[in-house]
Design a protein around this ligand. Sequence first.
Ligand code: TYD
Length: 214
Amino acid sequence: MFITFEGIEGTGKSTQCKLLKEYLESRGMEVLLTCEPGGSRIGAELRKMLLSTDNRDLTSLTELFLYLADRAQHISEIVRPALEEGKAVICDRFADSTVVYQGYGRGLDTKMLHHLNEVAVDGTWPELTLLLDLDVETGLKRAMTRNIQKGMTQKEGRFEAEHVSFHNRIREGYLTWAAVNQKRFKVADASGTPEQVFEQIKHFIEQRFFEENK
Ligand code: TYD
């Protein structure tokens, strides 16, 4: 079972990832919770490079290849072995982030991005992708509060520093891309409490993995 979470900043992806991990464990599954960028040792190095505000001179293409490098390493070293061991894998962001941020956000061709993703993931696609949808204003407010609570420095927030119009393109891009990939995507309304959002997630999980197999 391979499930990914997507959404703009501040939608509560990491909280929902943890709740889902606990839920699947309560159903007797072994679960690996991981993330992109930075889910592997090499990925952690790439993540620093990608998210540092010192690196504003990264071109869109360089940024793209670093995300793809992170994904190729993560899939082969972490995700695929876990799936082969029979674990459920939950990943906080995955290939769709590249189509949406580098495509709808930075303006690179989405078809080309999808093709490069296919090369990077080498056949290992999630069975279900959960898009947490939220308006940009609320998302950015939440992300800012979280960053302050974590004592995160300005340097780690390269994307948070982008204009609201960039984040609006990301939100719209996600909704468009989810509609194109309807079979794999489910969209949850992320404006409620963590419990309310998780109720929707649970419903999608039951529908996809447990009810269909009855
Ligand atoms: P992260 O801290 O994981 O963001 P969040 O807390 O919002 O989940 O930082 C990842 C950032 O990298 C996020 O702003 C989105 C961006 N990103 C891309 O642009 N392309 C990608 O392929 C991935 C995986 C992430």
